[in-house]
Every structure is written in C-alpha cells, then in structure tokens.
Design a protein around this ligand. Structure first.
Ligand code: HEM
Length: 127
C-alpha cells in the first residue's frame, strides 16, 4: 500500500483530484438526500474545500490548512445530521467519482477504503 504522502504524485496530481471531486459534486447536485444539506445554493465553494482537503491528505499542496486551519472535520460536520442514509448517499456519489477517476486497481482500492472509513467516522446520528 502506498504511503498517503506519495499518493498524490503517484496518481497524477491536481488534474486527477479535480476530476474526482467535480464528478462527486455532479452527483451531489442530483441527489435528493445530500443537496438539501448544503447551505449555499452554489456547490462551488464546497467543491473547492473538499478538493483542497483531499489533496492535502494524500500528500499534495497544503492549501486547505493555509486557508481553513486545522481540518476538525467531525466538528465542521456537526451542523448537519449525518445518519446512515446520508452516509450511504455520500458514498454512492463518491463510488462513482472514484471509479471514473482513472486510478489503477491498487490506488482505487486504497482511496476507496479511506472514503468508507472517513464517511463512517463523519456519521453523527444513528437514524
Ligand atoms: C463540508 C456533508 C462526509 C469532507 C461539508 C458540508 C456538508 C457536508 C453539508 C458543508 C458544505 C460546505 O463546505 O460548504 C457531508 C456528508 C457526509 C460527509 C452528508 C457523509 C458522510 C465527508 C467526508 C469527508 C468530508 C467523509 C472527507 C473525506 C468535507 C470537507 C468539508 C465538508 C473538507 C469542508 C470543511 C470546511 O473547511 O469548512 N460536508 N460530508 N465530508 N466536508 Fe463533508
């Protein structure tokens, strides 16, 4: 398994993360469970934040922390009720994005495992 710090460079850097996150938000925009959670009608700013965060996590530029400080992702999700339905909707969108991003099998498996773990840890409601 790749060290997350090398992942960004190994998979092709910015264009790949751009494709991944824009595809994810295309799905969010059409998702009846997720779309109502987004306070801003424009999903663009949320897309930029998720892209910066993922780039940083996987060893790319540290722009997320420069602009947003410590991620504290669980805390930042507190305003939203995230139960099993929201978690599964998020993963459904992310599955499509991951599958279409052009990763080789090993990198796809690695980032998908992370996404399922991260989505479960963001859950803050049992229903
Ligand atoms: C922000 C929903 C999981 C990363 C947000 C926002 C919503 C949301 C509604 C606010 C939009 C905005 O930034 O304007 C959800 C739901 C999830 C989920 C329903 C289901 C499990 C995740 C996961 C990650 C993540 C697993 C990371 C791998 C982020 C980031 C932000 C964010 C980086 C922006 C935080 C900031 O700097 O303010 N999410 N999220 N989310 N989410 Fe999630």
């Amino acid at each position: 398994m790749t060290d997350p710090q090398n992942f960004y460079a190994e998979v092709g850097g910015a264009p790949v993360f751009d494709k991944l996150v824009s595809r994810f938000y295309e799905e969010v925009a059409a998702d009846d469970v997720l779309l109502p959670l987004y306070p801003e009608k424009d999903l663009g700013p949320a897309e930029v934040r998720l892209r910066m965060f993922l780039e940083q996590y996987w060893g790319g530029p540290r722009t997320y922390s420069d602009q947003r400080g410590h991620p504290r992702l669980r805390m930042r999700h507190n305003p939203y009720k995230i139960g099993p339905i929201e978690r599964d909707a998020w993963l459904r969108c992310m599955r499509i994005a991951v599958d279409e991003a052009g990763f080789d099998d090993a990198h796809r498996e690695q980032i998908w495992q992370y996404m399922t773990y991260a989505a479960a840890s963001m859950q803050n409601s049992d229903f």
